[in-house]
Design a protein around this ligand. Structure first.
Ligand SMILES: Cc1cc2nc3c(=O)[nH]c(=O)nc-3n(C[C@H](O)[C@H](O)[C@H](O)COP(=O)(O)O)c2cc1C
Length: 226
């Protein structure tokens, strides 16, 4: 038997994975970034095959990682984690610098960054696991704590979308059962608002596999709004 809640006991951080060059590039939010060896220092990450960023990683054979701090704005997750760079220019309106390798590195809410040269690609079905050798890293800010995936779920009350390797459909929205009553919830992907007052069913009572009527995102990525 698989107890899916047990999987939430695995710990992760929260990151931006980026790739490209001065002319074009893209980035997405990832919680699957981890160091896999120390000598040489190598970092692995899992990237969904539909991510727009994957083409940049495969073309440049390199990727960068920015470590997000605990007080990162919701905007960075909305912009990079629920929307695709196919639909808009993700780097417009945020701070990006170009590293020693020429890779774009997202600076907003970042406390450290890494530049990696791709050394191995492993096909995992839905995702590719990329292993990169570290060629440069920097501390950007020492005062803030890195955000963990548990903090993102438990404190920010947000959830990962379908393309995240750790997505769990059945967990449903991060809504406490005792907070019933007419409320409003917003889809983090497309901003659609589900207003309890306008529907026969309260949002919390919708089935776990209900999807956003506008963009098809899972119920689990809706957040309560005022
Ligand atoms: C908390 C969180 C964790 C995520 N983790 C991953 C991940 O590890 N790998 C991945 O491919 N996508 C992950 N995603 C989903 C991508 O960030 C998302 O699909 C993004 O829109 C892809 O952007 P792109 O198409 O512009 O590359 C995560 C999203 C969130 C919000």
């Amino acid at each position: 038997m698989i107890n899916f809640e047990a999987l939430y006991k695995l710990s992760y951080g929260m990151y931006v994975v980026s790739s490209g060059d001065h002319k074009s590039g893209n980035a997405y939010i990832s919680n699957t970034v981890f160091q896999v060896t120390s000598n040489p220092p190598q970092i692995a990450t899992c990237c969904h095959k539909d991510n727009y960023t994957i083409g940049f990683i495969q073309q440049t054979k390199a990727f960068a990682v920015s470590v997000l701090h605990e007080h990162s704005s919701s905007d960075i997750f909305k912009r990079l984690g629920y929307k695709s760079g196919r639909d808009f220019k993700k780097f417009e309106g945020i701070h990006v610098k170009y590293g020693v390798s020429g890779l774009p590195i997202v600076l907003d809410d970042a406390i450290a960054c890494f530049e990696c040269e791709l050394v191995q690609s492993i096909d995992l079905g839905s995702h590719m696991m990329f292993i990169g050798q570290l060629i440069h890293s920097e501390l950007l800010e020492e005062a803030s704590e890195p955000m963990t995936y548990a903090y993102y779920r438990d404190v920010k009350k947000a959830a990962a979308p379908k393309k995240a390797p750790t997505y769990q459909a059945y967990i449903g929205p991060m809504v406490e059962p005792d907070t019933k009553g007419p409320k409003r919830y917003q889809c983090l992907a497309c901003d659609y608002i589900y207003d309890d007052a306008e529907h026969d069913l309260l949002f919390v009572d919708l089935p776990y596999d209900w999807e956003c009527p506008d963009c098809g995102s899972p119920k689990s990525i809706f957040v309560e709004i005022q």
